[in-house]
Design a protein around this ligand. Structure first.
Ligand SMILES: [Mg+2]
Length: 250
């Protein structure tokens, strides 16, 4: 099959680069829960940039920002991400739900106070909007599956005039669950994601055996992701992503 019926795409690191926003919002959320900070708030901390490819869900970024305000070395996260998360979660004493809520509260406040300013902290990757607009011509539905809240994702897509068939956010459950639902609608389903552990979960799920898995080379990747990528997942560089579906590895 040279094209999908449904193209499912991750948002952060695939369609949109929001590094500045992740940093500012995570830092603001951490501070709202009592984290100290005396440094600049503008440009994302280099340590935060390095750790970001490990992040799965928003609350983890709040914890990372919290740890960095306490001068935690980035290496602690880079060498053992789950261990460092556990350690800092115990130290902070806040549940993932509380951390996530602080992040979303800050985002909601920004979005209502200065929507243009908030949206401007996100940068669509070049060529993405044009590529997705061509999906319609090719008879391919495209949908977004993100661990972000659905409302924030929809606002970002609308900013670029993008109208997916559906947006599945944090509220809709895991990406594996959403992909199972999509498979019941139409097949084949192809999935573009920049987080390798998520692709590995999809490939390990017996119900998702037919899903085409693509690792977005332009996203937030860890150093060893390309070497660790195993079939049937494919490496998808940006030029191939922008090309017609028959040019994609299959
Ligand atoms: Mg991503």
């Amino acid at each position: 099959m040279s094209r999908p019926a449904i193209l499912a795409l991750d948002l952060d690191g695939v369609l949109v680069d929001g590094m500045e926003e992740y940093w500012r919002s995570s830092l603001a959320a951490a501070r709202s829960l009592g984290a100290p900070w005396t440094g600049p708030q503008g440009e994302a901390s280099p340590a935060f940039r390095r750790i970001r490819p490990w992040v799965h869900t928003g609350w983890e970024m709040v914890l990372v920002a919290w740890a960095l305000t306490h001068s935690a070395p980035a290496e602690a996260f880079l060498q053992d991400y789950p261990g460092a998360l556990r350690q800092w979660q115990a130290r902070v004493g806040q549940s993932p739900a509380v951390l996530q809520d602080a992040l979303e509260r800050h985002r909601r406040a920004c979005l209502s106070r200065d929507p243009q300013g908030w949206l401007a902290q996100h940068r669509p990757y070049p060529g993405v909007a044009e590529r997705l607009r061509r999906c319609g011509i090719e008879g391919v539905e495209w949908v977004v599956i993100t661990t972000k809240g659905r409302g924030f994702a929809a606002a970002l897509l609308a900013q670029d005039g993008l109208q997916p068939t559906a947006v599945y956010g944090r509220e809709d459950g895991s990406k594996v669950r959403v992909l199972r639902r999509l498979l019941e609608q139409r097949q084949p389903v192809w999935f573009v994601e920049d987080r390798l552990p998520t692709l590995e979960q999809v490939m390990a799920d017996p119900q998702l055996r037919g899903v085409g898995c693509y690792l977005a080379a332009w996203g937030y990747l860890r150093h060893a992701d390309r070497q660790q990528l195993r079939p049937p997942a494919h490496w998808l560089d940006h030029a191939t992503f922008c090309a017609p579906f028959h040019a994609w590895p299959a």
